[in-house]
Design a protein around this ligand. Sequence first.
Ligand code: ATP
Ligand code: MG
Length: 442
Amino acid sequence: MRLSQYFLPILKENPREAEIVSHRLMLRAGMIRQQGQGSFSWLPLGKRVLEKVNTIIREEQNRAGALEILMPTIQSAELWRESGRYDAYGKEMLRIRDRQDREMLYGPTNEEMVTEIFRSYVKSYKDLPLNLYHIQWKFRDEVRPRFGVMRSREFLMKDAYSFDLDYEGAKAAYYRMFVSYLRTFTRVGMKAIPMRADTGPIGGDLSHEFIILAETGESQVYCDKAYLDLPVPGADTDFTDDAAIAGIVEQWTTPYAATDEMHDEDAWGQVEAGKQLAARGIEVGHIFHFGEKYSKPMGAKVQGPDGKEHFVSMGSYGIGPSRLVAGIIEASHDENGIVWPEEVAPFHVALINMKTGDAACDAACDKLYGELEAAGREVLYDDTDSRAGGKFATADLIGLPWQVIVGPRGLAANEVEIKNRKTGERRTVPLDNVVAALGASA
Ligand code: ATP
Ligand code: MG
């Protein structure tokens, strides 16, 4: 992409309304635009990151056996009356009336709707397990929307819902999502720690929040530093092997980890003092087993191997991709701007022409642009006539992993400079070696 043909509305000044660094940097880098309280447009640069995050989430949901669907944002109140949640949900729900004066709502979540789909089609245990997910906008009229897309009113959520014959099956489904989440957060460049979360009236121990550590996090969390070094399951993980999946979950739930609500001073005291990590955290995902909470009142049942009807045992599994983008920035930035992990970077390379209009610089940049794109590297080519200093500042601010800097002096020796955004390391390489140099150091 040529910057002269792109839409990258960089802000020079720090926006006053932004209290935390991710919000500030997302506004300054032209990723998002606030449209109303807790409501944001995603501009081209932001949209690219959001899509990369979604792609990784999708790949890992699919790998774990979940199937993607897409449900509407607007739902009927009738459906929510079946579960009893229409009245129970409270003020966070945005209630709407259509022209026939029917009560509708903008979905804050989709348990009722997906249960309705399930009960309409699935009648036998032979069609289980089933896990359906979608990535769809949600609306929650939060008491205190703040921190940009971190806590907004309209936000994106990946929500998956599992259906099983019994508790054992539901537990295996829960474990698959648990392991899928470990892989997902690692692939977006984050270390997310699964922490015991409140199960409320459902009881049991099948509720975990996935937390990334960051000073600006809204939750106080406590965990054993052992989590920082646990091995993350690889791409070859066999999600059909229940015992192997349970083994991974066991490894990842044995050291102490709890959010404030679940914190247990006695258990915490058992953790070696040097290994105690009390910190602030951001909840980026939440998985929850809730059994028959919806299947029973809504009549979602299947015939079991015993010939009898059973209400299915369910769980739900959420990730907030829009919050996650902000979380990644909270965890990965410096004083000059964002430092994108390679996997979610909007482009891989910032190609900087220090002297647009100079025939040699233009020709070298065109050549590099073509070669890098052909090698599968996504390039944002700064071909504008801004001054070099401004181009460097923009490249640092938007945080692409690599900068390739082309100037007349280097070109006289047939050389360009490569800068690694994260380490700040700079190297001079021959013009013909740029693609290989980036490939090797990626
Ligand atoms: P929180 O405690 O932060 O309000 P929650 O418990 O209400 O979160 P869930 O209902 O479990 O969240 O939703 C699943 C995921 O959706 C969360 O882990 C988070 O990543 C995301 N999410 C929830 N609320 C918001 C919001 N207001 N803005 C952005 N993302 C959100
Ligand atoms: Mg909430």
